[in-house]
Design a protein around this ligand. Structure first.
Ligand code: ATP
Ligand code: MG
Length: 231
């Protein structure tokens, strides 16, 4: 039952290589994120930032070492258990084919239309819906391809707000996002961080400033750690 989770995350001596890769991306990586902390991860392209998120979300599992959630190896639990405890907005988000409404509700299937719309409003995903021909009933297409990256991210934010998980992961988009959508995303971020452990791959200074801890990652290792003022 994830409602009892506080959202404390520990990487314990994690070694990782992708199944089709031949070199370790993470070598003996350790990190403790106390519950409720906002951690920003910055670093150059290929540094291993998304890989860290892939492991935190258990899209991939450590080759060696463990990832603990509230002190317990996540491999002792089902995938479903972890996925109901975390919300994520990925760099290149994929929605499933269905309507905007269905995509947001995916986080909490019993939610009423009014609850879905309220969550969408909080993170400005209502602006996305308003631009579409059939509003919330618009079919987003395969993978959500009828929406731009920024729009898909806003829909994903709404899903996460509705599900209200103890852990939230954001891999900021690197693709170009127009200024208006960018502002909406910044607003969405400020609504989602409070009260949960957040793991944010940040490309924008505005996002980095919100973090309690900033980790600078290079070649799969933390090379610097501190607050925005310290770094
Ligand atoms: P960016 O800022 O460009 O998103 P990143 O810091 O997120 O970069 P990662 O995607 O974690 O970098 O990549 C780290 C290394 O792992 C790179 O060398 C990359 O080529 C490799 N890699 C990433 N994803 C995979 C994958 N699915 N299979 C094999 N290798 C991968
Ligand atoms: Mg990445």
């Amino acid at each position: 039952n994830w409602e009892k989770l506080s959202g404390d995350i520990t990487f314990e001596n994690v070694w990782f290589k992708y199944p089709d890769g031949n070199e370790f991306i993470l070598e003996d990586f350790s990190l403790h994120i106390p519950a409720g902390t906002t951690v920003a991860i910055v670093g150059e392209t290929g540094a291993g930032k998304s890989t860290l998120v892939n492991l935190a979300c258990r899209f991939f599992e450590p080759t060696k070492g463990r990832v603990l959630i509230d002190g317990r190896d996540y491999r002792e639990r089902s995938q479903l258990w972890l996925h109901s405890a975390l919300g994520y907005v990925l760099q290149d988000p994929h929605l499933f084919s269905g309507t905007v409404m269905e995509n947001i509700r995916y986080g909490r299937l019993e939610a009423t239309d009014a609850e879905v719309v309220a969550a969408a409003r909080l993170v400005s995903a209502d602006v996305v819906a308003a631009k579409l021909p059939d509003g919330y009933a618009t079919q987003v297409g395969e993978g959500g391809d009828r929406l731009s990256t920024g729009e898909k991210q806003l829909v994903s934010f709404a899903r996460a707000v509705l599900a209200d998980p103890p852990i939230f992961v954001l891999d900021e988009a690197t693709s170009s996002i127009d200024t208006e959508t960018e502002l909406l995303i910044q607003n969405a971020i400020s609504h989602i961080l409070n009260g949960r452990t957040s793991f944010i791959i940040a490309h924008r200074l505005s996002t980095i400033r919100r973090a309690d801890i900033i980790l600078v990652v290079d070649d799969g290792k933390i090379v610097e750690r501190g607050t925005h003022e310290e770094l």
